[in-house]
Design a protein around this ligand. Structure first.
Ligand SMILES: *Cc1c(COP(=O)(O)O)cnc(C)c1O
Length: 378
């Protein structure tokens, strides 16, 4: 194990503690932040929010982008716009960050967990199809769960650590079953499936700019969609549902204060300018890791077929839970931060009674996947 620690310290050119993922501010961040402060428009309106939304939509190839205060709120609003209501059901994967299930729960809907694919770590189209064919029927154009009698409104696959899942196939199945596809693309800015950006396959896609993501606004998120009506509604309900008026405050529904402050957008515009540089650096690191770990007989997780991954958080697949625990212990005790993949959502107290498939692959990965330092190397 010592050679793993040595290799990582060498790769990051340091003998000090190596975190899992640190942000990098190497562009116009300070310039735009100063400009933002000088303008006094630090809060709800300002040119950086508009610039960011335009630039982001262009970058991922969506028609519209709506900035939000974080990725969780972007998901929450995306699900509301997918018409998910209290007591509806939403299919997702058990192997994800808690935000996916929290957003579903904020509406009073419940998650259903289907298995993931071993190679993508994302929602398995096969498991999805099996579940729907076994448990569901179409009634009055809606997908009804025969076990719970509830309506399955949406499906939220997640592109784990930036590796795209089989999104095309998932979309095909969702279309057939009248289920709205909402992508949790929080981790996958810069990742493509068959040359199309992740987050743009679904009716709506949500991204996060939390401090540990590939680019950051401190905290922030964005919703993307090609649907102009949904885009307008997204802007409206994330900005308290206020009817535009020069001085009067009139609101036409219960909205949310989910807007991204201009100050955060200023930071984000500068970060977005550096995305391509970050992506290159991460790909280089992935190549180095791949070569090194193959000599160690440890499985480095590579981008799946038909995909280009952003390699946001790099990961290894260890042979069993024992080897994983040794790996975690040794690296963390020797100044190299590593972290196991998430606990399965269906094992958490809040979601333990949710309907689920067998989840064999998710359980397999949960026991073996460990994230390793992935920051952009300067
Ligand atoms: C980061 C992340 C989110 C959103 O997180 P925020 O901290 O609210 O920006 C959602 N889903 C996944 C899978 C994530 O990794």
């Amino acid at each position: 194990m010592q050679n793993i620690v040595d290799f990582i310290k060498q790769a990051f050119h340091t003998d000090e503690f190596i975190p899992l993922h640190e942000p990098r501010f190497i562009g116009n961040e300070k310039k735009y932040l100063n400009d933002c402060i000088d303008s006094t428009f630090v809060s709800s309106v300002g040119k950086y929010v508009d610039t960011f939304e335009k630039e982001f939509a262009l970058k991922v190839g969506s028609k519209f982008a709506i900035a939000t205060v974080n990725g969780t709120s972007a998901l929450h609003v995306s699900l509301l716009l997918a018409d998910v209501k209290k007591d509806d059901e939403v299919i997702t994967q058990p192997l994800t960050f808690i935000a996916t299930c929290n957003a579903i729960s904020y509406i009073g809907a419940s998650p259903i967990f289907v298995d993931v694919d071993l190679d993508t770590m994302g929602l398995s189209p096969k498991s999805l199809k099996d579940f729907l064919e076994t448990h569901c029927e179409i009634k009055e154009n809606q997908c009804v769960n025969k076990t719970t009698k509830k309506i399955i409104k949406a499906c939220v696959p997640m592109h784990a650590f930036g590796h795209p899942c089989r999104i095309e196939k998932i979309k095909e199945i969702c279309d057939k079953w009248n289920i709205v596809l909402v992508e949790d693309a929080a981790e996958s800015l810069g990742s493509y499936y068959k040359n199309k950006h992740t987050g743009t396959f679904g009716k709506l896609g949500a991204f996060s700019f939390n401090g540990n993501k590939i680019i950051t606004s401190g905290g922030g998120g964005v919703i993307v969609t090609d649907d102009e009506v949904l885009a307008k509604r997204a802007k409206h309900i994330t900005t308290t549902a206020k009817i535009p008026h020069p001085f009067e405050y009139v609101h036409d529904e219960i909205g949310y204060n989910y807007r991204m402050p201009n100050l955060n957008a200023a930071l984000l515009v500068a970060q977005l300018e550096k995305l391509d540089t970050f992506l290159e650096s991460k790909r280089e690191l992935a190549l180095k890791y791949k070569e090194f770990f193959s000599n160690e007989n440890i499985n480095f997780i590579e981008e799946p077929q038909d995909s280009k991954s952003n390699y946001w958080l790099q990961a290894v697949l260890l042979s069993d839970a024992l080897q994983r625990d040794e790996f975690l212990k040794f690296t963390n005790q020797n100044g190299v931060m590593t972290r196991p993949i998430w606990r399965l959502m269906n094992e958490l107290e809040m979601f333990k009674d949710c309907q689920k498939t067998t989840l064999e692959n998710a359980k397999y990965l949960e026991q073996r996947v460990v994230n390793i330092p992935s920051s952009v190397i300067l």
